[in-house]
Design a protein around this ligand. Structure first.
Ligand SMILES: *Cc1c(COP(=O)(O)O)cnc(C)c1O
Ligand code: SF4
Length: 454
């Protein structure tokens, strides 16, 4: 494979961070050895789905000798066969004949609308209200946990090809759900004493500098919010930009902020997204993990199971063991959600349960804090425990890890076995005429769940 000149770098955030965007895609895809035709198709895919990566991912994580099959390459680079050809070819033709950008964007927008851009009722169902006014940038789905989407944290150091929040990164307007009004957020939290955990999420909140992050975290340390026991930050920065905790100018300030959370009597938990053990190899990652832990924060790890990136037990076993070695706690294995290129990345639930079990069975009990494979669906987090046979019928055994209706948590239930099922909407109840969560809210969720996945 010929090593091409890397695309010119563009400075971002003045922290030595270099991002690569769609305009660098052709050169980078050439470095992966893609043909002219495939490069054009990949550019067409990137008009529909977001593309962004950075110099660290490109130079330190991707194995270019193995590209385009390399899992980290596949994690961040659009694939020519990721979307239906009928959708992509017309856009590729437009690009080839230099069609006006407006025409390309209109076609891309039409494709996006077919990709279920807003899964699991995120927009309408989970936004709470205060004094009858909606509280945008906040989601309150499970009684004990509130999600906060900071306005300046709605991008990432790189984008994952399988991201379920892809729509917001390509500016599909109605998903701009973010807040910078912590006064309203804390007022809401004071009025909701049942909330014990605040999860700051994005995008990636660690894209924010320490000063901005502080504006979201410090208000949560107010003595009037004593009922908040933990503050979580969902982030992929340990994989995509570990410098954030080591050499960035505000790395020390960030760790001081984490210490402050501990000093206020709360736990700071970094919910770290790792997709593949390769992401743990650079020395900067162990240094970052060590520094975060010395600041008194805990790191829990999670990722979705993705076809062609991490869909085998050995990958997860290696990853969980590497987490444990560094002092991180395995937390969730997710099922790829019903949005975007789900058809491309989906792993059948039966196979997902098998991969989970094979990996889980071969790690020490300290790794068995992990749960999954779990689907974050409209009624809650549905865990596939496995395939079994009951009274001569092959079924999936399932339970809810989280539910809008907490009385459903942890109760086993069953679905008819279906080797092709990839999401809860593909499942049909076994030994019952409906799922436990279908009864929730007088059957309100049933119709949504039975709607086609995408
Ligand atoms: C997963 C999730 C949470 C957190 O659930 P835990 O089981 O506490 O990790 C909170 N809110 C939403 C919407 C979620 O999807
Ligand atoms: S880091 Fe998370 S939010 Fe960002 S692109 Fe990846 S999956 Fe999406």
């Amino acid at each position: 494979m010929t090593e091409q000149q890397v695309a010119p770098v563009i400075p971002a955030q003045g922290r030595g961070f270099r991002a690569f965007t769609a305009k660098h895609l052709d050169q980078l895809a050439a470095r992966a050895g893609l043909s002219d035709t495939d490069r054009l198709t990949v550019r067409a895919v990137a008009t529909v789905l977001p593309f962004r990566t950075n110099e660290y991912v490109v130079e330190r994580l991707i194995d270019w000798d193995a590209a385009p099959d390399d899992p980290i390459y596949r994690l961040v680079f659009p694939q020519p066969d990721m979307l239906p050809m009928g959708d992509v070819e017309p856009i590729a033709d437009m690009l080839a004949r230099g069609a006006p950008d407006r025409e390309v964007q209109a076609a891309a927008h039409a494709v996006r609308l077919r990709l279920n851009p807003h899964p699991a009722g995120q927009l309408a169902l989970n936004i709470p209200a205060m004094s009858d006014e909606p509280l945008p940038g906040v989601q309150h789905k499970y009684p004990e946990t509130v999600l906060v989407f900071p306005k300046q944290g709605q991008t990432c150091h790189a984008y994952c090809t399988y991201c379920f929040r892809w729509a917001q990164f390509v500016g599909e307007p109605d998903l701009k759900m973010a807040t910078d009004d912590m006064t309203r957020v804390t007022a809401y939290l004071r009025a909701h004493q049942e909330v014990t955990s605040v999860l700051i999420t994005g995008g990636d909140p660690m894209i924010m500098g320490a000063g901005v992050l502080r504006q979201y975290i410090e208000p949560l340390l107010d003595p009037q919010l004593e009922h908040i026991e933990s503050i979580r930050i969902g982030t992929k920065s340990l994989a995509y930009w570990p410098q954030r905790f080591v050499t960035d100018p505000d790395a020390d300030d960030t760790l001081r902020l984490f210490e402050q959370v501990g000093a206020a009597g709360k736990t700071l938990a970094l919910m770290a997204h790792f997709s593949h053990p390769r992401e743990l190899e650079p020395e900067q990652v162990s240094t970052a993990v060590g520094r975060i832990r010395s600041a008194g924060a805990v790191i829990r790890t999670q990722a979705p199971l993705i076809r062609s990136i991490n869909d085998d037990a050995e990958t997860w076993r290696t990853m969980w063991r590497a987490h444990l070695r560094l002092g991180m706690v395995p937390y969730y294995m997710f099922v790829e959600r019903d949005t975007g290129p789900q058809g491309y990345f989906a792993v059948p639930l039966a196979r997902a349960a098998e991969i989970f079990r094979d990996a889980y069975a071969s790690v020490s009990g300290l790794c068995r804090t992990v749960r999954g494979p779990s689907m974050s669906a409209t009624p809650g987090k549905v865990c596939v425990d496995g395939v079994t046979e009951i009274a001569g019928q092959k079924v999936f055994a399932l339970h809810m890890i989280q539910a809008r209706d907490p009385s459903l948590v942890g109760r086993p239930f069953f679905a008819r076995y279906d080797p092709h099922a990839v999401w809860v909407s593909d499942l049909r109840p076994a030994f019952a005429d409906r799922f436990p969560f279908d009864a929730d809210q007088s059957g309100h969720w049933q119709s949504e769940l039975l709607a086609p996945a995408s």
